[in-house]
Design a protein around this ligand. Structure first.
Ligand SMILES: Cc1cc2nc3c(=O)[nH]c(=O)nc-3n(C[C@H](O)[C@H](O)[C@H](O)COP(=O)(O)OP(=O)(O)OC[C@H]3O[C@@H](n4cnc5c(N)ncnc54)[C@H](O)[C@@H]3O)c2cc1C
Length: 398
């Protein structure tokens, strides 16, 4: 009898894995998704950037799978007639004290073989982004923008064409291995598979514990809020303008992005979300907050990042503070050019019992269940390469 594969989670990573299993390995695959459509959480609420791999420590899964995933994403978009625009990215140092960090990113970019990367002097920045200023910058001309929801839907279409199926509105509430099979319990029915891959994003630690894995790493939800640049000022940004990120923090900082549909967004910031799927300050889960507060690493994390946290929260609540950060890169920007909050996404960032935020992608294997435990940015860029890696090193070898 043919083996049956279940994938929990209809974000880009789950769907990419399901499609690769069906298309490249001829497997019978079902995606089990709790929402009524694909890409409802991180995949449908991100910056839409196809990263070129500037920041990641050489040799890590992030560095390798981002490079492979970028190429696979570009080819997929070309083959499927989906928008893929290499608008390019500038990482701009606006203060002399950021030069050291910019040098380190440049060194990593060289190790990671980021295509076409160039160092720019202050006077060269305007050739790439005429309205941006800084003391030095890195230009990555092949960093691109896409529509990750459209990509996920196209991957799902191919999955269906190769015999796969997607069950919507099925929340997995129990995972149990019994008699060589894996049972996924949902309120409607119990499903049975030979192997299961769990790509639950913001719920990945909850699902891991259902499968009998360790509670660590846990997911700490960080909301990223976006504001829009008013349409009459879109000319201020040609592609993407990023800050030099804080190396202690796994997020890239508030940036300007010209989307694949020619809108210009500013964001995302990084504030603690008060619920795993808390897209607004008023969405609060006492359970999620309490679980984070009593996590053994909570004190250490708070001590390490309180100053950054306070700055980000103030800028979220007080628009002029958010604006001032953005204006460092484009002095012509005025407060009225920056619109209200448009959207928000919540990052599923894993942290361990020492309070450390996990940097690399992380996987776990419990019997016939493969668990993706940390898949933050650039996991959308890397999704098709993550699929290849997970299938080769976990799903088909355990
Ligand atoms: C603000 C923000 C900006 C970002 N920008 C970028 C970017 O520009 N480029 C980039 O490469 N990456 C970016 N990322 C990261 C990227 O979006 C994620 O790494 C990627 O989408 C992860 O995909 P996923 O499929 O693992 O998770 P998700 O898209 O979150 O999908 C997980 C799915 O699992 C489902 N699920 C959860 N629990 C259950 C359950 N019990 N039963 C059934 N289904 C369940 C959820 O409903 C969801 O559909 C960004 C993320 C955020 C939040």
């Amino acid at each position: 009898m043919t083996e049956r594969f279940g994938v929990v989670g209809g974000g880009i990573v789950g769907v990419a894995i399901a499609r690769a299993l069906a298309l490249e390995h001829g497997k019978t695959v079902t995606v089990v998704e709790k929402e009524g459509r694909l890409a409802e959480h991180q995949t449908g609420r991100n910056s839409g950037v196809v990263h070129a791999g500037l920041y990641y420590a050489p040799g890590t899964l992030k560095a390798r799978l981002c490079a492979e995933g970028r190429a696979m994403t570009r080819d997929f978009c070309v083959d499927h007639n989906l928008p893929y625009r290499e608008v390019g990215k500038l990482v701009v140092a606006t203060r002399p004290e950021e030069i050291g960090a910019l040098d380190r990113i440049e060194a990593r970019s060289i190790d990671n073989k980021v295509p076409g990367l160039r160092r720019l002097r202050a006077e060269e920045i305007g050739d790439v982004e005429p309205h941006a200023v800084g003391v030095a910058a890195l230009h990555s001309p092949h960093t691109a923008v896409v529509d990750y929801v459209a990509i996920t839907e196209a991957l799902a279409q191919e999955l269906r064409e190769h015999g796969g199926s997607i069950l919507f509105n099925h929340e997995v509430i129990g995972i149990r291995e019994t008699g060589g099979k894996v049972e996924l319990r949902t309120p409607q029915q119990t499903l049975e598979f030979d192997r299961v891959i769990v790509c639950g994003g913001l719920q990945s630690d909850v699902l891991a514990q259902q499968a009998g894995a360790s509670p660590s790493p846990k997911i700490l939800p960080f909301r990223g809020e976006y504001r829009s640049l008013v349409a009459s000022r879109h000319n201020l940004v040609r592609g993407m303008i990023y800050p030099v990120p804080d190396s202690d923090f796994p997020f890239l900082g508030v940036h300007f992005t010209r989307s694949v549909y020619d809108e210009v967004h500013i964001g995302p910031n990084a504030v603690p979300a008060l619920a795993r799927e808390g897209y607004l300050w008023r969405t609060i889960s006492a359970k999620d907050i309490w679980e984070s507060m009593r996590w053994p690493g909570a004190g250490a994390l708070a001590r390490r990042h309180w100053a950054m946290g306070a700055k980000e929260i103030s800028a979220s609540l007080i628009k002029p503070l958010y604006f001032r950060e953005a204006q460092r890169f484009i002095p012509e920007l005025t407060l009225s050019d920056v619109g209200g909050k448009t959207a928000a996404g919540v990052r599923a960032q894993a942290w361990d019992q020492t309070g450390a935020l996990l940097d690399d992608f992380a996987l776990d294997q419990i019997g016939s269940v493969t668990l993706l435990r940390n898949a933050p940015s650039p996991a959308a860029t890397s999704a098709m390469a993550i699929a290849r890696h997970v299938i080769k090193h976990h799903v088909l070898t355990h």
